[in-house]
Write a protein that binds this ligand. Sequence first.
Ligand code: UDX
Ligand code: ADP
Length: 462
Amino acid sequence: MDQEKDKYREILCIGAGYVGGPTMAAIADKCPGYNVTVADIDEKRIAAWNSDTLPIYEPGLDAIVKKTRGHNLFFTTDIPAAIKKCGIIFVSVNTPTKTFGDGAGKAADLQYWEKTARAIIEYADDDKIVVEKSTLPVRAAEAMSRILQSNTKGLNFEVLSNPEFMAEGSAVSDLENPDRVLVGAMQTRSGIEAQKKIVAIYANWVPKKKILSTNVWSSELSKLVANAMLAQRISSINSISAICEKTDADVNEVSKAVGMDNRIGPKFLKAGVGFGGSCFKKDILNLVYLCDHYGLDEVARYWEQVVLLNDYQNRRFVKNIILNMFNTVAGKKIALFGFAFKADTGDTRESPAIYIGKMLLEERAELNIFDPKALENAKKELKDTEGKIEYFEDPYECAENTHAIALLTDWKEFADYDYKRIFDSMAKPAFIFDGRNMLDHKKLFKIGFNVFPVGSEPMKHL
Ligand code: UDX
Ligand code: ADP
């Protein structure tokens, strides 16, 4: 194999987080003909990827990492050497929402991206294909291309967009069987050549008709729009849950009836405490920023409302707790069942539990927190928050002597607990606020709980 061909069999991913780690493990697993290196500046994170305890929890991930690590999957902090060696560089560093300056609270903070681009310029000795994997604002690839082309070594960097659509908790199966893979490239001869090389990687396991080759801006925008539309469905059904609570309608019945329309479909219509996660809010705010930038005020306000409604749903949940616990939670103990933003992950970024927990603490409630996987992250999220918080490894101990349970994450195991035992150990009257509508409410009511679902009539003994 000649050297040129060889180099495009060497893949580097800069950023070993929730996106980079699982995606590269899947590529290594499906493409034995490629060597995949994942690099990060965070030494602890890389050490964890090289250990038996991976830095993130994802069902099925341990098995594929075990199978490929040391064969064609490598984790390193030696970014310069990895840049030199590899012809294809995926970039999946973090791109949080800016917290300062122009666009604060909306635009993406691209400092990590730019630092990565500068590292590529500094250490590259030959041409590279650079692939954006992090979600970035539309036209980021163009900006990146300009930075990379400013190199004085006469090198060519082709910047492509290949957004990741996997969801946390199902990352491995989403990666193994994606609905589609998007590869966006500049429509120049070298852009199209590079696009073919990235398509060839995915063609190892993804059917050709599911791999879409587009221009770079369509690819970037599609990622933002997919997340915005998913989040919009959740805000839509959550807005209806508020109407249901004022009437005799049940949001679960409405959701089922509406979702059975083939044109609408049943997914992402589950009412609850609101959406969380690192993507939805950030991507919508990015879209809003973009619309504002182009003077599309009506469009910006339309999408912004999806986020505002989500905040309203968090607040409504807390208000409902306070109202039903005789207008005060001060000095009362409340057990939070779940802190992760969704089930099957330890991730707490933008979790509704953060906002709900903080609002309850401001009302002087005391919190007992249990989560099967997210306890360490919960501690970090609430580290500087004033108030009385205790963390528990066991749900039964967590609920003991509390006045109420607020269920905030849809962990399946929550439905299997012995709620009679839990009820007996709680202060009375005992309340349960099912923020995910996943428990057997009639059964809980029979046990003695006052039960408050989202979007349907409460069951009260009082
Ligand atoms: C999302 C997108 O699904 C994925 O394609 C993209 O790559 C990254 O962002 P993720 O944030 O991991 O993935 O989780 P997702 O399953 O989409 O859930 C997001 C939030 O919405 C969670 O807080 C979840 O609990 C909530 N949700 C989801 C609801 O409240 N109701 C629903 O019906 C579905
Ligand atoms: P995501 O959910 O998008 O994967 P994460 O925060 O989980 O985001 O991961 C991003 C990773 O990128 C982190 O491990 C962080 O240390 C890494 N990172 C940030 N900046 C750089 C950089 N300049 N070089 C290498 N890695 C970086």
